[in-house]
Design a protein around this ligand. Structure first.
Ligand code: PLP
Length: 351
């Protein structure tokens, strides 16, 4: 089946070009959430059936990124998921980030400055060469939020391996459209509310066995127990032996919406979504006179674009003064065409 054959599962108002801010729920996710909310309102069920969605989302994420289920944890936000890794760094460690990195993968490292954890940054195009002896950990997004630049993950992994540095990937702008694999990575964390088209509040992460050993499960509560249902009370601490000891107790309804969305992405296939998204992004780029790119996010300096889009009812974003338009599984050529029509006559200042 092609991406187009799944299009009936979404109801976007034409002109939604802002999945990099939030993704639109597919009908199976939306329906599951409405059903759960209906049950919640009247007390029709206990919570355990909602929690099955957490288990399903965890398993689907593991398959999507090629991880062992035992190395996957669930959480709430990227920054909260990064925090225990940052806390495990010895004082004096050096962390390398992209200088436009989204701050959820920057501040959690920087707050350890008083213990001598140093955060250094490099421009996106200089990142690989900045992976030099002295760097202990590389923290970077698989796709940059600001520019849409796609990371050469294989190169980052290879360069980091050479100097023994850990690699922590924020996949929030990538998971759901860009094929990903955790091979050689120490942590890969994604919020699900963008390209995984889920309600905000469900974050999923992979932690390599070596990193699990080093990290303290700082969010441990009942849900981090070896047996969740015998971990409600008291001082008997028996945490899960796998990565679920890093779980934060889940926001039920976020995961209720997340599980069907992730499973649908598996069903459609990330490769097919990747091809669809790039084809639309490149159609947009061509219309702007830009060369083809490799990202579902297009960023361009077009003075007057924000006003032109607002007048035409097209919803995109402006980041760092640039227009940021993003294309996902429910976006269409008609969306691209109306965006180009709205921008007609405006000059593009960069590529
Ligand atoms: C790359 C990236 N990471 C993370 C987030 C969200 O971070 P958090 O889950 O900490 O709210 C965003 C939101 O825009 C993002 O673009």
């Amino acid at each position: 089946m092609t991406v187009a054959e799944f299009a009936h599962l979404w109801d976007p108002q034409p002109g939604w070009l802002n999945t990099a801010s939030y993704g639109l729920p597919p009908r199976p996710g939306w329906d599951a959430l409405q059903a759960a909310l209906g049950d919640w309102r009247v007390g029709a069920t206990s919570w355990e059936p909602w929690d099955e969605s957490t288990t399903r989302a965890r398993a689907s994420f593991a398959r999507l990124v090629g991880a062992d289920l035992a190395d996957v944890f669930v959480g709430s936000t990227v920054s909260a998921a990064v925090a225990p890794i940052a806390a495990a760094l010895p004082g004096g460690s050096k962390v390398l980030v992209d200088d436009i990195e989204f701050t959820s993968n920057v501040y959690p490292w920087m707050v350890h400055a008083d213990r001598g954890v140093e955060v250094v940054s490099a421009g996106t195009d200089k990142l690989i060469e900045a992976i030099r002896p002295g760097v202990d950990l590389v923290a970077v997004s698989a796709v940059q939020s600001l520019t849409g630049t796609v990371l050469d993950l294989a190169q980052v992994v290879a360069a980091s391996k050479e100097i023994g540095a850990l690699v922590v990937i924020d996949a929030s702008q990538a998971a759901g459209w860009l094929p990903l694999d955790v091979a050689g990575v120490d942590a890969l964390i994604t919020h699900t509310y963008k390209w995984l088209m889920s309600p905000r509040g469900a974050t999923l992460g992979y932690l390599s066995p070596r990193l699990q050993e080093r990290c303290r499960p700082l969010h441990a509560g009942w849900y981090a127990g070896q047996n969740v249902h015998t971990s409600y009370y008291g001082t008997q601490l028996e945490l899960a032996s796998d990565a679920s000891r890093f779980d934060q107790s889940p926001a039920w309804f976020s995961f209720v919406g997340a599980a069907p969305a992730l499973e649908l992405i598996e069903q459609i296939g990330v490769e097919a979504i990747h091809e669809h998204n790039l084809s639309l992004a490149n159609e947009f780029r061509a219309g702007l006179g830009l060369p083809p790119g490799d990202s579902a996010i297009v960023s361009a300096a077009i003075p007057g674009a924000e006003e032109a889009f607002a007048a035409a009812g097209i919803r995109a974003a402006v980041r760092g003064g640039n227009l940021r338009a993003s294309f996902h599984v429910y976006s269409t050529s008609a969306d691209v065409q109306s965006a180009l029509d709205a921008l007609d006559g405006l000059a593009v200042e960069n590529s």
